[in-house]
Design a protein around this ligand. Sequence first.
Ligand SMILES: [Zn+2]
Length: 398
Amino acid sequence: MNIDPWRWCDGELDLQSLPAWVDRSIIETIQQELAVLGPWLSLGRIRSVTFALSNSTATHFTCYRTESSRWLCPVPVGLIVRLDYLCRLLETYGSHQSIHMVDGFFHGFEDPEIAEKHAARPLPVIIRNIVDKDLRGKDFWTKMITVDSQFPTVDDKEVRAKLVDRVKYALLYFCMHEAAHVFRMHDELIPLASTTAQGRRGAEVDADVTAGRYLSLYCQELDLDWRRRPFTDDDISEKCWTYSYGVCLVLGSFDIERYPLANFSSDDYLHPTARLMITLSESLYGWSAIIGRDVAKDCCYEPSARGSNAYIHRMDAYWIDCGVSQFHRPTALYFPFIPWAPEELALSPFKEAAQTVPSLYTMYREAVLCRNAFEEIFEQHIGYGDRAKSNAGHYFFR
Ligand SMILES: [Zn+2]
């Protein structure tokens, strides 16, 4: 039953084989991060996951079981390159006025004829190259040279470090989501749901919820290193802004391909906006439990909402620049409605709308119900055991 996962993803990364123009430093930074992520996530668990970079140019990845309790998660190097270009593209829209587009689909308008027309619209060419899952191998690298030539290089070291951090968090979220499928025993639990479709949908929500928890815990334990060095409220805020932006990079761009075609009300994945809401909400719960709700409101909730809104505003600005009527929307994300968000948030003009647009509330509610149903199966068949009880007061179950 054991397979060699490297066979499925063009082998373990060989840095020498990459085209000369590819920035090695971002790849090495992420390589180091992934080497730490696996042991940190696996600590004290029966199952373990190892992350490593592969030569693959795919847009997606997953964990492969290599032994009865070991998994390997090969992360495509091409995905780092894709996300890096996306970050650089959006950075050129950093100073644009905030723009927020909402279209009929978001309001639950699902006329199949309109959906078909929508699906038939192309994506703006740069975004298409970045997200196209069929663009692989040699063709990928050839197209990426064209993409590369469209952007000025980021020479300012501080700005570059920020972009690298956003890509890093995007990948961490992706990896944490995949690892959650393993650690939360989804392979064993999905068949126990009333239908497989419900089980798979519940597992996806559960993986996002768990990834949200891991994200804030990761910042606390590793990035900020709670025990060893002093850090300020601003440090926490910056982390929350950055990982919220990173989660958007993954959900917003890599779901757009499916967006006009997928049925987010019955397929495995919920609408990307719902996924964003539950992931960020869970990460914010995590902060509240550690630093208290009042501090978290200023330090975490607001920066988190600002981070995700920055992504959406920039993407929408890009879309308008390309010509709204010609292309289909280059993001599947809309304004996130994070419950308990402070009134004065950037998303406040939409807050009222959030309560009146049925699809927004419905999708959040559905995500919560879906997650509760899956949580019940988890508790019934696996449970948290004494270890979780002995950690009472610590919000995260590990
Ligand atoms: Zn998943």
